[in-house]
Design a protein around this ligand. Structure first.
Ligand code: SAH
Length: 223
């Protein structure tokens, strides 16, 4: 076996993945279900082979088309916020990218719908997810700012690109009792949690500002 192959095995082994989980809990991820989900998904298959030795470092990496795979910490954090310690039913993700967050979601939700505007990326994601035999995922090529009205309402909505403002269409597709996590802003971005809360008069949206984040922009139209 060549030394490159050996190095590849070392850097993508279960032990390397476990070290990633230890770092994530040191950084404050508490939800064991989320940590188990990240431990179950081989992140290296979502990046180009040349980058696979860096797949379990806590950083974002390029996936082509000017886009990135999110940092493991942010994937874990957003999943933890969305879950709020409860099993998830139907979840909508906007910004599939290479499909890593989608795969993690498929481990903690009953059904996952994910929308991507760049077709070749969506095709890459489809191949990765097929390789992992994850069957509770449906992918769609579209402008995700519109959501998927025909499949609404969603118990959780996760947006993995930064919006200038919170799309009204997505609020309308959030179930009562549901939660949405979404980065908002341009140069300075903040992660928001939107809760759709039942009230005596009906329901209302409660906005919580969480932490500073860095995402690629949520763009209109498709490619
Ligand atoms: N969820 C990914 C993150 C990918 S980066 C992960 O797990 O790593 C964000 C992705 O959002 C990019 O692929 C980008 O093309 C996509 N995106 C940006 N605007 C979008 C829109 N309006 N609809 C759907 N996808 C969008």
């Amino acid at each position: 076996m060549s030394s490159t192959a050996l190095r590849g095995i070392g850097m993508t082994s279960q032990r390397t993945r476990e070290r990633m989980l230890t770092r994530l809990s040191e950084k404050g991820i508490r939800d064991e279900t989320v940590l188990t989900a990240l431990g179950a998904i081989p992140r290296h298959i979502f990046v180009d082979e040349a980058l696979s030795s860096r797949a379990y470092e806590d950083g974002s990496l390029p996936i082509g088309f000017g886009q990135t795979i999110s940092q493991p910490y942010i994937v874990a954090r957003m999943t933890e916020i969305l879950r709020n310690g409860q099993p998830l039913g139907k979840v909508l993700e906007i910004g599939t990218g290479c499909g890593y967050q989608t795969a993690v979601l498929s481990k903690v939700a009953k059904e996952v719908y994910s929308v991507e505007r760049i077709r070749p990326l969506l095709m890459k994601a489809r191949n990765h997810l097929r390789e992992l035999k994850l069957s509770n995922i449906k992918l769609k090529h579209a402008d995700g700012s519109m959501g998927i009205p025909e499949m609404a309402p969603f118990d959780g909505i996760i947006v993995t690109a930064a919006a200038r403002q919170i799309p009204q269409e997505l609020l309308e597709q959030l179930a009562v009792g549901g939660r949405m996590v979404i980065p908002v802003g341009t140069d300075e971005q903040v992660l928001y949690l939107i809760e759709h809360i039942k009230t005596a008069a009906g329901s209302e949206f409660r906005q919580n500002k969480l932490e500073a984040v860095k995402f690629v922009p949520l763009l209109g139209g498709t490619n």
